[in-house]
Write a protein that binds this ligand. Structure first.
Ligand code: DAH
Length: 340
């Protein structure tokens, strides 16, 4: 019995040493140390025939053998577990110090960049930045700006009309009116925004483009103030000297009205599609606010006066970055946008 036991223990330990999976070990455990039908249990069945002293001795040996087999199984299980873990750590290894694969964060559209710059500039000079609706009513887009329904100026702007007397605003000037309605003078405001014209599209015309409206109302505002602010604006945008010329211009909401042109920066005055081969680009129509406009918004023109301007933001962007086709700006073409 003793030798059978020693034999069994030895062969079991060898099997355990060879086993490579948890399942194999479990099978060995059941076969050797299982309570029912295990080899050790079978051996113990023969113990009844032994004399008491022998029984005690063999019983002890049995327990020792059982112990040693079970301990060997546990130790081997741990080893297998550790090996599996090590393997996983090896294969799932991650180097946190590696640089991330380049995610390009994108950039602001050049129109947005210039808009932000101008908003900062005008805020620093005490102007509020106002917003207005893109779907306007006739009153704010035309009447309140001294453009009556039979006035030829309404034809100057080919309008997208909507139902019920509404329209897509043809300029940002209606925000002047909304500003005057909301804030009593003195008033300094700008209003950047999108405007719409029913025009055929080419390199220098779009049906949708951007303007930046400005207005200042105070005591004794003169053309001198107007020129000062326009020069400040242009110096900030171009950061270099640009040729400017002032021509009389007609807009029903200003009197006198001017066209401020800048020398074309695309062709440096030689003539190109953007400046329609004139060497000059209309950039900044402006003037002193027509007293009728003040009156309609319940501001007394005997006490207050003001200037206004309507900067062509889209054109300004084109001049600053020498973009020769207005259609690029709304093309959504990443090859174009990635340059900014
Ligand atoms: N609203 C005019 C347009 O889009 C531009 C304009 C001209 C705005 C003169 C003004 C201004 O504020 O004083 O054609």
């Amino acid at each position: 019995m003793e030798s059978t036991l020693a034999e069994l223990e030895k062969s079991s330990l060898e099997e355990i040493a060879k086993a490579s999976t948890i399942e194999e070990l479990e099978a060995i455990r059941v076969r050797v140390a299982g309570r029912k039908g295990g080899a050790l249990a079978e051996i113990s069945k023969g113990m009844g025939k032994l004399v008491p002293e022998e029984r005690a001795r063999i019983g002890k040996l049995l327990n020792q053998a059982k112990d040693s087999v079970e301990r060997a199984i546990e130790a081997k299980k741990k080893l297998i577990d550790n090996e599996a873990l090590a393997k996983r750590l090896d294969s799932e290894w991650l180097d946190l110090t590696l640089p991330a694969s380049g995610v390009k964060p994108g950039s602001l559209h050049p129109l947005t960049q210039i808009r932000y710059e101008l908003e900062d500039l005008f805020r620093s000079m005490g102007f509020a930045v106002l917003d207005g609706p893109e779907v306007e009513d006739e009153y704010h887009n035309f009447d309140a700006l001294n453009i009556p329904s039979d006035h030829p100026a309404r034809d100057m702007q080919d309008t997208f009309w909507l139902d019920g007397g509404f329209l897509l605003r043809t300029h940002t000037s209606p925000v002047q009116v909304r500003g005057m309605e909301h804030y009593p003078p003195p008033l300094r405001m700008i209003a950047p925004g999108r405007v719409f014209r029913n025009e055929s599209v080419d390199a220098s015309h779009e049906h949708t483009f951007y303007q930046l409206e400005g207005m200042m109302i105070d005591r004794d505002v003169s053309v001198g103030h107007l020129i000062y602010f326009m020069q400040t604006l242009l110096a900030a945008v171009f950061r270099r000297e640009v040729k400017v010329r002032l021509r009389p211009g007609f807009f029903p909401f200003v009197e006198p009205g001017f066209e401020l042109d800048i020398g074309c920066l695309i062709c440096n005055g030689a003539g190109c599609a953007v400046c329609k081969h004139s060497g000059w680009v209309e950039l900044l129509p402006c003037g002193l606010v027509n007293p009728n406009v003040l009156r309609m918004s319940r501001i007394d023109p005997d006490k207050w006066s003001g200037f206004a301007f309507g900067l062509g933001l889209t054109r300004l962007v084109m001049m600053r970055y020498a973009i020769n086709d207005i259609r690029l700006l709304q093309s959504g073409d990443l090859r174009f946008l990635n340059q900014f």
